[in-house]
Design a protein around this ligand. Structure first.
Ligand SMILES: Cc1cc2nc3c(=O)[nH]c(=O)nc-3n(C[C@H](O)[C@H](O)[C@H](O)COP(=O)(O)OP(=O)(O)OC[C@H]3O[C@@H](n4cnc5c(N)ncnc54)[C@H](O)[C@@H]3O)c2cc1C
Length: 370
């Protein structure tokens, strides 16, 4: 039997695992194991690829803000191409969403009201009468998810870390103070510390290790690509309503990506889109935009996995030694990943994290311990 000895074994090579592993490899011997043939096959490869400051719980917003500098100015050699490109975000308020609009405007960072006339100029397909007010976030971005993900995987390898694909962890036990992890293919890994970055499978991996699950909730979200001709939407903003019941954004130069912003409870698996959700995406977009949809070019679904309180779960397990959680990234795992990787690496190494005590308490998985 092939055996490998490491300081840290990171389980799951989506954006969460790749980022943690790359940061940990600076001062640890690290292995990153992935069940699939390619890293990023699940949620990481299925996102809408947007960085929005005004999104999610306070801890999510703190990590989003703390990730901005890295994404805008990555270190030399991290990527040959930019990781971000500017993309404004527009929030449209129909009359019945005005109370939520007022709250959003009062609490938002870098968010300001924009006239309806300007919105109609910016989005020529906007139907008169759909919205009565609107706001815009100027300092937002499209993310190049593949470039970010590959950059962290390359950094891991440059620092001497190992990436093992087609390696699903199975039985996980403790032997002489070390974790012993059997993976598909027959190899066995020994490591002092496990980082659980298995996304929707986070509770399953924990259970295999004899660790109590956190109650993670994988929720299906659908993406749809259409051709909005005669419109050319390349320079349009991303468009949302206030209650987040749909959104759309330009895709490449000529297409639009739509989503019904669905959150259907699901189980960890290779999730596929449901035809009804695709139809709802088109219908909600058409209530706002005068765009004919002759056919759907492509659709997909991914699992956004939340903790029970929808904050992140980054930190040591409450009861089992040397088991680090890095789960619950929901709809924000890409935009928070540089700061998330630094935070988890700091916690594993016993260094003081860059965040306030309030944020560390909010993300601490021990809040779920009975
Ligand atoms: C439609 C949609 C739109 C989104 N839009 C955005 C957005 O605009 N901005 C943003 O920041 N985020 C967005 N997200 C969310 C973002 O994609 C996720 O938060 C992020 O990808 C989660 O990364 P992850 O590494 O935790 O999960 P995953 O990418 O799912 O990675 C987990 C990995 O663990 C592996 N694994 C599981 N079990 C095991 C095991 N036992 N052994 C080994 N490996 C295992 C899996 O194979 C998988 O590759 C969106 C998501 C969806 C679905």
């Amino acid at each position: 039997m092939e055996t490998h000895e490491f300081d840290v074994l990171v389980i799951g090579a989506g954006i969460a695992g790749a980022t943690c592993a790359a940061h940990l490899a600076v001062d640890h011997k690290v292995a990153l194991i992935e069940a699939e043939e390619s890293a990023g096959y699940h949620t990481t490869g299925r996102s809408a690829a947007i960085w929005i400051q005004n999104y999610g719980a306070p801890d999510v917003r703190a990590l989003t803000g703390a990730s901005r500098d890295f994404l805008v100015n990555p270190p030399a050699g991290f990527s040959d191409i930019p990781l971000v490109s500017p993309r404004k975000i527009v929030f449209l308020s129909p009359a019945d969403q005005l109370p939520q609009f007022e709250v959003m405007l009062a609490e938002g960072i870098g968010l300001h009201e924009i006239s309806m006339a300007s919105l109609h100029e910016m989005i020529p397909a906007l139907r008169p009468g759909y919205a009565v007010r609107g706001a815009i976030e100027d300092d937002s971005f499209d993310l190049d998810v593949a470039a970010i993900h590959q950059g962290f995987l390359r950094q891991l390898k440059t620092l001497g870390g190992a990436l093992a694909l087609r390696s699903r962890s199975g039985r996980i036990s403790r032997e002489s103070g070390l974790w012993r992890v059997e993976v598909t293919g027959g190899a066995v890994y020994h490591a002092k510390t496990i980082v659980n970055a298995a996304g929707a499978w986070g509770d399953e991996v924990a259970t295999h290790a004899g660790v109590s699950p956190l109650g993670l909730m994988p929720k299906r979200r659908t993406g749809v690509i259409i051709d909005p001709q005669p419109y050319l939407p390349a320079d349009w903003p991303m468009i949302n309503d206030i209650t987040h019941s749909w959104y759309c954004r330009p895709e490449a130069r000529t297409k639009l990506m739509l989503s019904p912003a669905d959150e259907t409870d699901d189980t960890p698996h290779d999730v596929q889109p449901d035809e009804l959700d695709v139809a709802i995406a088109v219908d909600r977009m058409q209530q706002a935009l005068d765009i004919e949809v002759r056919r759907v070019e492509h659709s997909w679904a991914g699992l956004r996995t939340f903790t029970p309180d929808r904050s992140l779960a980054f930190g040591w397990d409450a009861h089992v030694e040397n088991f680090m959680w890095c789960v619950g990234q929901g709809g924000y795992g890409i935009q928070t990943c540089p700061a998330a990787g630094r935070l988890v690496a700091d916690l594993v190494a016993g260094r003081a994290p860059e965040f306030s005590e309030d944020i560390i308490a909010r993300v601490d998985p021990r809040r779920f311990a009975a």
